[in-house]
Design a protein around this ligand. Structure first.
Ligand code: FAD
Length: 393
């Protein structure tokens, strides 16, 4: 069986794996990427979701020279409105304090397209598509993955194979997980009035509905909705014809961006969250959704995964400069120390926010009303929340 030698073996070439491969390739490492899907092809890419990129992620994308490729496709978020179910209870955020945007909306396909175009030019990266890891074993201080007809022998394996990570299953790394028994429907659509770079988040009893401002397409205003609701509701909603779906949504969003005029794409995603009990095993680091996944209520899953990527990038840079080999226990523990708590905190926050907005009785409605009022009136609290959302705290 053919054996390939590398410093780093990245399993999973999605939104995190591709960013990881490109950033680490800039530090001169020899990298293999194993991806189970066919070669990335922009025209055939089926995930029509958008991602809200935080200011913190943007800064790192600038540092690794990816932002220049993405920036033409993003729409900045300049204002955010949080609207409780009774509509009169609102919080407004704007970008005046830091004089930077609150985030950027871009289609996932443009992020991957930019990363794969750059990766193609990196001589120290070999990408294998249509392969999946069958087994993992150790040879001295090296880790080996076995695929159908070849093995990869490396110092360190980086598992970026998503929330159902097969590496995690092979190694039986324990996780804490939660099935929300809900789905999100993601709809990209044209509408009648400008969104004025505002993102809206309506909190309804069965889950939030976010409207995310997208770039204009020719002369048409475009946005994306992410609406979380019960499985039954989302299944019945997606089975309706587009006119009916638009009239249900128009009723919910009360003219904030005018009327929905045409649905471009619609897709549903089951919602669950998890946290690995630890982010490493012997010579393996879990990164992105293979380590943690969250309720999309705050649009932070990829951003937190990018914080993992940045943290690993800095760690590899430090080890390279000291001439120390990558991947021993101290290296892996340092990664865990830098990243576990941030993920634990986001897991708790997203989970609790979802629960608080679900509650529907006089006492909780009053408490929620008072809290929203308090936040709206407190500059300090608002600043703390917007720094957190921007990934700059
Ligand atoms: C509705 C919704 C909206 C969201 N919106 C946002 C947002 O606005 N902002 C944000 O920050 N986050 C958002 N997220 C979260 C974000 O999408 C994820 O955090 C992100 O996609 C994780 O990237 P990843 O590369 O870790 O995993 P994935 O995107 O799942 O990629 C995993 C890759 O590994 C490959 N793979 C899997 N198994 C194997 C194997 N055995 N061998 C080889 N390859 C394998 C897969 O083919 C895939 O390419 C949202 C999530 C949802 C559900």
């Amino acid at each position: 069986m053919k054996e390939i030698l590398s410093n780093l073996n990245i399993v999973g070439g999605g939104l995190i794996g591709a960013a990881l491969a490109y950033s680490l390739s800039k530090l001169g490492n020899n990298i293999v990427v194993l991806e189970q899907k066919p070669k990335f092809d922009h025209k055939k890419f089926l995930d029509k979701r958008t991602t809200a990129i935080s200011e913190g992620t943007k800064n790192f994308l600038e540092e690794i020279s990816i932002w220049n490729e993405i920036k033409y496709h993003v729409e900045p978020i300049k204002k955010i409105q949080i609207i409780d179910r009774n509509q009169s209870n609102k919080i407004y955020f704007d970008n005046q304090r830091r004089n930077s945007n609150l985030g950027y909306i871009v289609k996932n396909e443009f992020i991957l397209d930019a990363l794969y175009k750059k990766l193609q030019k990196q001589r120290n990266v070999k990408i294998f598509n249509n392969v999946s890891v069958k087994d993992i074993f150790y040879e001295g201080s090296r880790i080996v993955t076995k695929q159908n007809n070849f093995t990869v022998n490396s110092n360190l394996l980086l598992a970026s194979d998503g929330k159902n990570s097969s590496i995690r299953k092979i190694l039986r790394t324990p996780i804490y997980s939660k099935d929300y028994k809900k789905k999100a429907i993601v709809i990209n659509f044209y509408h009648s009035k400008s969104h004025q770079n505002t993102a809206y988040e309506f909190f309804f009893k069965n889950g939030p509905l976010a409207i995310l401002p997208m770039q204009k397409n020719k002369n048409s205003f475009q946005s994306s909705i992410v609406w979380t609701n019960t499985n039954e509701f989302i299944n019945s909603l997606i089975s309706l014809d587009d006119n009916k779906i638009m009239s249900i949504i128009n009723e919910k969003i009360k003219g904030s961006i005018g009327e929905l005029k045409k649905i471009i794409t619609k897709q549903t995603f089951p919602l669950s969250a998890h946290l690995n009990s630890k982010f490493f095993e012997n010579r393996i680091i879990y990164i992105g959704d293979s380590a943690h996944s969250f309720h999309p209520i705050a649009g932070q899953g990829w951003n937190l995964g990018m914080q993992d990527v940045e943290s690993l990038y800095n760690l590899v840079k430090k080890y390279n400069s000291l001439g120390i080999e990558l991947g021993d226990e101290i290296f892996c523990k340092e990664f865990q120390k830098n990243n576990f708590f941030k993920a634990y905190r986001l897991y708790q926050i997203t989970d609790k926010v979802d629960s608080v907005f679900k509650l529907d009785n006089a006492i909780f409605n009053h408490a929620r009303f008072s809290t929203i009022n308090l936040i709206e009136k407190s500059k300090k609290l608002k600043n703390k929340i917007s720094d957190f959302a921007m990934g700059v705290n």
